[in-house]
Design a protein around this ligand. Structure first.
Ligand code: HAM
Length: 421
């Protein structure tokens, strides 16, 4: 027999992990709504071109990691590697650009990247994502960063660090890139092969290299925030003023560049301790050119996405308490065929009365009670044939072990009263 296994880089989210996921998504929805964000859901797949154009052809997400294929109609389709491009496509296609600004949208769901899997890095990953469209003021940057902050705080996460930088704009970035390339040309012989390629194809990513041999070159590299144009410099200074005034601690990280091409001005990440190499639980920034690039009117925008698997890893690592979904408090056990039919009818009555109940699927009384116990039942109704002939069932309090006889006509009302006390 073939043993089926889940595809590489995917995960089963088992019942024991679900309370973390449910709690996280409930917190995200609640806080996003409190901040005035509205939910949007976009397709899991889009035309491939949307991502190649939106994220940039030379990015890893597009060049190496995209799940792209032709559908049966010959269309080029890709599974979304992230949400932003699809959200912007929906914003333009559905006329959201005429809404009063800012337009604030959030989403949660899966995304797909053909990466080499390791702890915290998957091929099917899940994100919660938030975008603010139509505002160029750093107040919008502050708003998305605060949203991330508040969500992590509400989840009780500790030891997180906010990393921020500015990556300039099409006006000031080219001269920075030239200066960076000039610096790297001097050290061309000592840098790794990947960096030799990045030097030509994606120079900003040079700052992101983790190889030892490249660290001294990064350490002495020119800093972009010293070469920002007036507009970008003012924007970044104003954002930092807000963060300082609100006592939001952050690290100014001159090496922070992001993996997608659409970013302008502010970029930020949130890093967590204790979950290994894949420490970025959240990443985002401003992307003032993307809406126009994808065919909409020029629209400034800023947003972030957080990796749900990584956030759950932090919650579990830090033993965060999460509410567990309650088991049904009522359990029905029965002995004999006649009792079974009555049990099924009684179950329907109990559920119609608005009480949560589950029924045994048979077996000895002992094994049924064991199951009731494992399922955390508070009250078990035991239906035996002799008792049923007398018009009664047994009500067992699973906590005290006490048993009482209840007339069949009064079972539902007795359960209601017992659950209220
Ligand atoms: P990103 O940095 O590519 O940004 O991803 C955001 C977060 O998703 C990461 O910080 C990480 O927690 C999680 N993540 C990414 N790849 C994986 C993976 N293979 N396995 C597990 N988790 C992963 C974006 O996706 C942008 N769209 C964010 C954004 C929204 N920028 C502006 N608006």
């Amino acid at each position: 027999m073939v043993q089926y296994t889940r595809p590489k880089g995917t995960q089963d989210i088992l019942p024991e992990d679900q309370p973390y996921w449910e709690h996280l998504i409930a917190v995200v929805s609640e806080i996003a709504c409190n901040y005035g964000f509205e939910r949007i859901d976009v397709p899991i797949f889009e035309m491939t071109e949307l991502f190649t154009r939106g994220l940039g052809e030379a990015t890893d997400a597009v060049e190496k990691e995209m799940y792209a294929f032709k559908d049966k109609g010959g269309r080029d389709i890709a599974l979304r590697p992230e949400f932003t491009a699809g959200v912007i496509r929906a914003y333009i296609e559905n006329g959201l650009q005429v809404w009063p600004k800012p337009v604030k949208l959030y989403s949660t769901g899966p995304a797909f990247r053909y990466e080499e899997p390791q702890a915290g890095r998957y091929r099917q990953l899940h994100q919660f994502n938030a975008e603010i469209l139509g505002i160029d003021s750093p107040l919008a940057d502050l708003e998305v960063m605060s949203l991330a902050w508040d969500i992590f705080e509400a989840l009780g996460l500790e030891n997180l660090s906010f990393q921020i930088n500015s990556t300039g704009c099409p006006q000031c970035r080219p001269s920075y890139v030239e200066t960076l390339q000039a610096h790297y040309h001097v050290h061309h012989d000592v840098i790794c092969q990947d960096c030799q390629r990045r030097l030509v194809q994606n120079p900003l990513r040079l700052l992101d290299c983790k190889r030892d041999q490249c660290q001294p070159v990064i350490a002495t590299a020119p800093r972009i925030i010293e070469m920002l144009c007036e507009g970008c410099a003012e924007h970044f200074a104003e954002l930092r003023e807000y963060l300082d005034a609100l006592s939001k601690p952050y690290t100014l990280n001159h090496r922070l560049v992001r993996g997608l091409d659409y970013y302008t001005k502010t970029v930020f990440e949130v890093w967590a301790e204790g979950i290994g190499a894949q420490a970025a639980v959240c990443g985002g920034g401003r992307y003032d050119g993307l809406v126009a690039l994808l065919g909409g009117p020029p629209t400034p925008a800023v947003g972030f996405a957080a990796g749900i698997e990584r956030v759950v890893m932090v919650m579990q690592d830090q033993a965060t308490e999460v509410p567990s979904p309650p088991y049904p408090p009522i359990y029905l056990a029965f002995l004999g065929a006649a009792s079974r039919l009555y049990a099924v009818q009684l179950l329907t009555d109990i559920r119609q009365a608005g009480l949560a109940a589950q029924i045994s699927m048979g077996g000895s009384l002992r094994s049924q009670l064991r199951h009731a116990d494992r399922r955390d039942a508070k009250l078990t109704i035991i239906i035996g044939e002799d008792e049923l002939d007398r018009g009664e069932v047994t009500l067992r309090n699973m906590v005290s072990g006490e048993q009482t006889m209840v007339p069949v006509a009064r079972v539902v009302s007795t359960l209601k009263t017992a659950l209220q006390t």
